[in-house]
Write a protein that binds this ligand. Structure first.
Ligand code: IFM
Length: 471
């Protein structure tokens, strides 16, 4: 491990999001979100699971912050539930909602943990969905007002703001594939329009955050990004690689960093360009302080006309000309079915640095679901996750050595939690949650990560690596 390559003030954290951990969805004035409605619709989530209780973090917040401190985290990425702050999405503020996040931030600061708040992690107020959701431009404007309200309250004590999390998922999975709220299927135009309004929401909110939060505010969006590999050497595959890159990466990266959408994207999605007003692209591409990267896996693709039928279709509409190769020999997979490919993190960070020159990169999510269980001795011996983290941290170190300006890394997730349409069937946590009792058990991977962080600290404090053994 190239431990010395990480800067002294590097953020070592873990991440969660509001709907996935908080529970208490009907308490203290919180309004409904699109996920409350989606999860309550029969057939939408695994075993009909909802986030109504989740990891009960709303009630156990102090205990959870104490656990973070025990692990030695110096940063925590959480999300703020828009419907807790503004139950109708705009208008009347719910003071109890803001109080909760203020208490959380103060608890973190009390333990020396840097708060990193995501303003939108998929829980759109249901009232706004009823007015068009992300397909409506007004939702982006409402988001900017909400951002301003939050930063007015918390901006005197924290400075890291992630505007939107994985807008690709909100747009595409929410409006075209239908596996995420609001669960609309086959509306490619809706997905394209939603994508634009999510980007606009980012741009408008970033502007407000700077106005209200002042010069010390640090703002960026978090994207789920994938290195794309060719499954064979055919000409159709070369085109498929470019197409997959546009679809998965450049749809959001190019507007943010180049002020334009990639040529061909909308036609490939089977849609017209979104309604872009004067000034939108300038707002969207205004400089940010960091790019958040959520990295889980790579995609290997090939042209649909290549031999064989062992890939999954791209889900990009008829005749997309793109197949995902899913039968890679010797590929290790997580419980999500995602290939474990640590080198992809190095490649992605290097490529982003070279291509888009972001001033800083934050790995806002990286982690793995595995089938965890508690031993008779009360331990969770999750050796696969431990190995996953070790290998990805090695990969991160290599990118930093090559000059990628990475300033922080957040494991997804701090706690086992509600994995959206997968319900509680997938466990990503460093900390096991026994849902029947809400007992928390730090997994072996959590202990290992704590040791890794302690070793980093010791190195910077001048100790020799021998004093700082991680395992
Ligand atoms: O749980 C999600 C998270 O909400 C967004 N990024 C991917 C994670 C794992 O699927």
């Amino acid at each position: 491990m190239t431990s010395t390559s990480f800067p002294r003030d590097f953020l070592w954290g873990a991440a969660t999001s509001a709907y996935q951990v908080e529970g208490a969805t009907g308490e203290d004035g919180r309004g409904l979100s699109i996920w409350d409605a989606f999860a309550a619709t029969p057939g939408r989530t695994h075993e009909g699971a909802t986030g109504a209780i989740a990891a009960d973090h709303y009630h156990r917040m102090r205990q959870d912050v104490a656990l973070m401190a025990d692990l030695g985290l110096n940063a925590y990425r959480f999300s703020i539930a828009w419907p807790r702050v503004l139950p109708e999405g705009r208008g009347q503020v719910n003071p109890a909602g803001l109080d909760f996040y203020e208490e959380l931030v103060d608890a973190l600061l009390g333990h020396g943990i840097t708060p990193v708040a995501t303003l939108y992690h998929w829980d759109l107020p249901l009232a706004l969905d009823e007015q068009g959701g992300w397909r409506a431009r007004a939702t982006a404007e409402a988001f900017a007002d909400y951002a301003e309200i939050v930063v007015e309250r918390l901006g005197d004590r924290m400075r890291h703001w992630v505007t939107v999390n994985e807008p690709w998922c909100s747009a595409y999975l929410g409006y075209c594939e239908g596996m995420h709220a609001p669960g609309i299927r086959d509306d490619a135009q809706g997905a394209v329009d939603a994508g634009h309004h999510l980007l606009l929401a980012h741009g408008l909110a970033a502007q407000r955050i700077r106005q209200v939060g002042g010069a010390s505010a640090r703002v960026g969006a978090a994207l789920n990004l994938f290195p794309i590999f060719a499954g064979d050497a055919g000409a159709a595959t070369v085109r498929a690689v470019e197409r997959a890159d546009r679809f998965h990466n450049r749809w959001f990266l190019d507007p943010l960093y180049r002020g334009r959408y990639p040529d061909g994207l909308f036609a490939e999605l089977g849609a017209a360009p979104p309604p872009i007003c004067d000034g939108d692209m300038e707002l969207i591409s205004a400089p940010t302080d960091f790019l958040g990267i959520n990295y889980y896996n790579r995609w290997v693709v090939r042209g649909a006309s290549s031999n064989g039928h062992n890939g999954a279709s791209a889900g990009m509409g008829a005749g997309a000309g793109l197949e995902y190769v899913t039968n890679l020999p010797r590929a290790a997979r997580t419980a999500m079915g995602w290939e474990v490919y640590p080198h992809g993190l190095t490649l992605l960070l290097e490529d982003l640095t070279r291509t888009y020159h972001p001033p800083a990169l934050l790995v806002t999510e990286n982690g793995a679901a595995y089938e965890d269980s508690v031993t008779g001795a009360g331990r969770v011996t999750d050796s696969q996750r431990l190995t996953y983290l070790r290998e990805h941290l090695d990969a991160l170190g290599r990118a930093v050595e090559q000059g990628a300006p990475v300033t922080g890394y957040f494991v997804w997730s701090l706690l086992d939690n509600y994995e959206w349409s997968e319900g509680y069937s997938k466990r990503f946590g460093l900390i096991y949650v026994e849902y029947a009792t809400q007992r928390r058990i730090v997994k072996d991977s959590g202990r290992w990560y704590a040791g890794f962080i302690a070793a980093q600290r010791a190195l910077h404090a001048g100790a020799t690596p021998a004093d700082a053994v991680t395992e």
